[in-house]
Write a protein that binds this ligand. Structure first.
Ligand code: NDP
Ligand code: MG
Length: 385
């Protein structure tokens, strides 16, 4: 009998974390939840622990150890303590933000496969993650829907036959609004994504198109394709999750309803494709319209900045991400207007010193400096003297 695959799930209480738990529950004979971690929500984490057998340990920033029946790690380095304590086969990294980079590196360095939702690992630390992958010989499975789509389209193909990757973008909450109308856009409006229910940060990042910029950088590192062969296209229906164009002109696309459990399940089980629920299933036998529109770089100028940061490499991605994390938090707190998120990112990229070949400590410092630059830049209205 095959042993069950032991899954260590970071970010268990979040949007991807919950959907990962749903996938695991559907396949009790295949998977064991070996460990779980959250940021702040100890209550929800404790409830999750009660739903699964076999959990070896859990971790959260602050918590009450006395009510736990398994070891609970707390404190600023709780994730690291958990990763060192648990025996697991694959890490599912569903943490949001720069905080996800260290666990991705640690899992690879200690000889584990990683199923990656935390796109910031590749945006901020793509070069380091590639090195860790090469040194460990372990695998990185994409969970982000666009990258899962590309990965599915690439099955059975050869790298030399790939001409372009085409990443689809829904356009986010404000896809039908002009730039002028966004000056007074509120967090409540920005948090209403038309097609996907996701965590707050990525929902705002979808509205600014920062998320698509992240995904371009992510694709570059995952699939080893240069930036000038990674395109983006507006596709409001979010049915085509991304495409690969081959040298002979054939275009492969992966279609499906907007359900993150499919890419999560494929990351954990591919090439197996066990049944997911009947409801929400895409019915290609009925009339439907799929639209594709050229990406509008005037309407979404930050996407251009993301390409530039990606091409620059080094610390630029970490600065881009750190500035965005801070700016999104300021926007959600009502401290800066929506369109200033872009200014904040550009301000940080101009003011934080560039490092060409950063190690993890230097990336951490760049992340800190980017956040600091954004907080300071508010008082300067993000103008560089
Ligand atoms: P959520 O905000 O819903 O969840 C984030 C999770 O990370 C929570 O469990 C949270 O814990 C935990 N967390 C937050 N900060 C820390 C920290 N410093 N250390 C440890 N854990 C922490 O985010 P999503 O699930 O939406 O996104 C997770 C990742 O997946 C992001 O990188 C996102 O870009 C990516 N992604 C998400 C998609 C989606 O559909 N949601 C689609 C594609 C990619 P707690 O809440 O308890 O504080
Ligand atoms: Mg995505």
């Amino acid at each position: 009998m095959n042993r069950k695959k032991r899954v260590l799930l970071l970010g268990a209480t979040g949007s991807i974390g919950r959907q990962t738990l749903d996938v695991l529950k559907r396949h009790p004979d295949e998977f064991e939840l070996a460990g779980i971690s959250a940021g702040h929500n100890e209550e929800a984490l404790h409830e999750i622990a009660g739903e699964f057998d076999g959990i070896q340990a859990a971790s959260v920033l602050e918590g009450n150890e006395s009510r736990w029946t398994v070891p609970l790690f707390t404190g600023p380095d709780h994730v690291q303590k958990l990763m060192d304590a648990v025996d697991y086969d694959i890490l599912v990294n569903a943490v949001v933000g720069f905080a996800g980079l260290a666990p991705t590196l640690r899992a690879l360095e200690t000889g584990h496969d990683v199923a990656l939702a935390n796109k910031e690992s590749l945006v901020a630390g793509g070069q380091l993650v590639k090195k860790a992958l090469a040194a460990s010989g372990k695998k990185l499975y994409p969970i982000d829907s666009e990258h899962s789509a590309i990965w599915q389209c690439l099955q059975g193909s050869r790298q030399k036959d790939v001409n372009r990757l085409i990443i689809t973008a829904s356009g986010g909450s404000f896809r039908d609004r002009t730039r002028q109308s966004l000056e007074n856009a509120t967090p409540q409006e920005a948090l209403k994504h038309p097609n996907w229910a996701m965590g707050r940060r990525i929902t705002i990042d979808s509205a600014t198109m920062v998320n698509k910029g992240f995904e371009v950088i992510e694709a570059h590192y995952l699939f080893d394709i240069p930036f000038d062969r990674i395109e983006t296209v507006l596709h409001p229906q979010s049915i085509v999750h991304s495409m690969v164009e081959f040298q002979d002109g054939a275009v492969m696309a992966q279609l499906g309803s907007a359900d993150m459990r499919l890419p999560i399940q494929y990351a954990l089980m591919g090439p197996d494709r066990p049944r997911l629920e009947e409801e929400n299933r895409l019915d290609m036998t009925r009339t439907m319209t799929l639209e594709f529109r050229e990406m509008d770089f005037d309407r979404f100028p930050i996407l251009k900045t993301a390409y530039e940061a990606g091409r620059q490499g080094g610390s630029a991605g970490a600065v881009f991400n750190g500035a965005d994390e801070e700016a999104v938090a300021l926007f959600l707190a009502g401290k800066i207007p929506f369109l200033k998120i872009e200014d904040a990112i550009r301000y940080a990229l101009k003011t934080v010193p560039f490092v060409a070949d950063p190690d993890y400590g230097q990336l951490q410092e760049c992340d800190r400096l980017a956040r600091e630059a954004v907080r300071y830049g508010v008082s300067q209205d993000f103008r560089v003297e």
